[in-house]
Design a protein around this ligand. Structure first.
Ligand code: UDX
Length: 466
């Protein structure tokens, strides 16, 4: 079976290399000549564990090649559409220019009966429109259209592609040619017991955006509980543990902090909200809008916490630990860490940002930030340290040694993953997210809600004592 993978970004490059590793003959196609040249040399433009070796093996075997011309796909049996669907410039919906461009292009070049499989994340209803476009341009050949969403996470893309939690085949007709062909493509995963859901096209399209919306909602829910925990003096980490032991809820994606970012969750909930409005479901759009708002507020709360701590010590220098949207990735797209750093810079703070692997991308996106070459360089003379991306390296910091480098030993742990007890024991003032940071003094209640300035007045004597 010959397969084309059109669009060789994160998803497409991973999918193409994984399919070649399974023994298929694969051509990866992209309009970017630079990307095609780099991939053909075995160079990945992003960090993904395990993928470089797989790419190299695919190229060496001769089963994997890359091209800028869609005509290289003409004789393929299966075409996977993996192009991007970014947020449109004019609103919250997804920009489908690339997806429809590929559909029209395929209609023009197809030379045989084939299956077109969408993997890009699209608004529900797009697959049917693509089928119409392809069939209107491609005469004389039987073309089936299917939707096969991916759920891969950055940092786990290879495993998520080869052994996903589930497979979804959205098809036009259950007894058509699409299901047997897709079964062949995914034979290994299916043989290893990966559950398969065969659905109609809209259900498959919705499965992807609904999954991301649910994950985003879970994160915003726990961040909402973090805000309540701060106000009420509760601990959101212990709360999440209690909630997570309910098997109906589950503990994963209940880590409160600076909120979600990356190339998928933020844009996907916005696109789903926009589609919900188009379809006439305003309450659904409002729900997703709240999830987005709470996520933005999580960033604001961290910015406010840092500024309040700076005010309390009359300081200005901030050590920023982390720039990527999550650890084990060099991706800074819609990164909460970078957004917080940018806002602190806008408020006049003097920042030193350190990220183990994301500095190059972060510098390209925010050339106005000052980057440090090491954790120690970032910490030097800091008035506040803010921990924004939970890289394992930051857990290795010795708090006692770090206290000797900063001007004021104040830590805002915006990911709640540092050992806050150990940092406190080493003399640090530590503020987490939702860890009772602004718990009121005993017995102080204001009109049912407990109110207090988030940062207790701090003097240098206080700091010295802690
Ligand atoms: C996500 C989905 O998980 C994946 O299924 C989909 O295919 C693409 O989008 P990814 O963007 O790689 O994957 O990141 P993910 O690991 O889901 O994390 C997303 C964001 O949520 C990160 O910024 C992360 O820090 C944040 N997050 C995650 C939390 O703030 N709390 C959590 O409990 C979990």
């Amino acid at each position: 079976m010959r397969i084309s993978v059109i669009g060789t970004g994160y998803l497409g490059a991973t999918h193409a290399a994984c399919l070649a590793s399974l023994g298929f003959e694969v051509v990866g196609i992209d309009t970017s000549a630079d990307k095609v040249a780099a991939l053909s040399r075995g160079e990945l433009p992003f960090r993904e564990p395990g993928l470089p070796a797989m790419l190299a093996a695919g190229l060496a075997s001769g089963r994997l090649r890359f091209s800028t011309g869609l005509s290289a796909a003409a004789d393929c049996d299966v075409h996977f559409i993996c192009v991007g669907t970014p947020q449109s410039r004019t609103g919250l919906s997804a920009d489908l220019t690339a997806v429809f461009g590929v559909a029209r292009g395929l209609g023009d070049i197809i030379e045989r009966d084939c299956l077109i499989v969408g993997k890009s994340t699209v608004p529900v209803g797009t697959a049917a429109a693509i089928a119409d476009v392809v069939r209107s341009t491609c005469a004389g050949h039987e073309v089936a259209v299917a939707w096969n969403p991916e759920f891969l996470r950055e940092g786990h893309a290879v495993a998520d592609t080869l052994r996903p939690d589930r497979l979804v085949f959205g098809v036009e007709h259950r007894d058509g040619s699409a299901v047997p062909l897709l079964r062949q493509v995914y034979a290994e995963a299916l043989a290893s017991g990966v559950p398969l859901h065969i659905t109609d096209l809209p259900t498959a399209e919705l499965a992807k955006t609904a999954a991301n919306a649910f994950l985003a909602t879970k994160i915003s829910f726990i961040n909402a509980m973090a805000e309540l925990s701060d106000l009420a003096g509760a601990d959101v980490v212990a709360l999440a543990d209690v909630l997570g032991d309910d098997t109906r809820i589950g503990r994963r994606f209940l880590d409160a902090g600076v909120g979600f970012g990356g190339g998928c969750l933020p844009k996907d909930i916005r696109a789903l909200g926009a589609r919900a409005l188009e379809l006439g479901a305003p309450a659904t759009a409002r729900l997703l809008g709240e999830v987005d708002d709470i996520n933005q507020q999580a960033r604001t709360r961290v910015v406010d916490a840092v500024l309040a701590r700076l005010r309390a010590v009359d300081g200005n220098r901030v050590a920023v630990l982390g720039a990527t949207f999550k650890p084990m990735s060099d991706d800074v797209r819609d990164s909460p860490a970078l957004a917080v750093a940018g806002r602190l810079l806008g408020r006049g703070c003097d920042l030193r940002v350190f990220d183990p692997e994301g500095a190059r991308n972060a510098r390209a996106q925010r050339p106005d930030l000052t980057f440090a070459a090491s954790i120690d360089a970032a910490l030097a003379d800091a008035d506040v340290v803010v921990h924004l991306t939970e890289w394992p390296q930051f857990r290795e910091i010795d708090p006692a040694a770090a206290a000797g480098r900063v001007r004021h030993p104040i830590l805002v742990d915006a990911r709640n993953t540092l050992d806050q007890v150990r940092w406190r024991a080493a003399g640090w003032t530590v503020q987490g997210v939702g860890r009772g940071a602004c718990a009121p003094a005993a017995g102080v209640a204001v009109a049912g809600w407990l109110m207090q300035d988030p940062v207790p007045a701090t003097s240098s004597d206080d700091l010295a004592r802690r």
